[in-house]
Design a binder for this molecule. Sequence first.
Ligand code: FES
Ligand code: FES
Length: 161
Amino acid sequence: MAKISLTVNGRAVTANVDPRTLLVQFLREQLRLTGSHVGCDTSQCGACVVHLDGKAVKSCTTLAVMADGHEVVTIEGLAPNGAALHPMQQAFYEHHGLQCGYCTPGMIMTAVDLVQRKGHELSEQTIRDELEGNLCRCTGYQNIVMAIAAGAKAMAPRGAA
Ligand code: FES
Ligand code: FES
């Protein structure tokens, strides 16, 4: 077993894990943070995306021990303890950016990372290119793309152009 210490959604966590444990397993099974989903286990669908030190990663192909000493944010961390929805979550809600919802946590975590890297004015092409690693079986993507464009704008600091 390996001892790991990390921050998850702002909370310090120390745990013993089998070194083979995937980060998504650790989050879901040990911490009971089940918002991160497993759709493929082979790094293709993006349902498992979380942020590791602020960057989107696929937690199905990240070992829990790789998060030792680092900061993890999951979908639960975007609006903790009944806080208002994060602007990107609100945009998915308003633009019907989901149907079954299975892909949605990963889509939103990818989208927030995208805004952090590329800003608040995102073209449709940029959004579609950046969603290459996130698969949705339900929506046809159009509403997801609209939601991300709106969410990106809504994440801009108040008063920004
Ligand atoms: Fe991680 Fe599909 S479960 S990419
Ligand atoms: Fe069902 Fe995307 S909303 S997989």
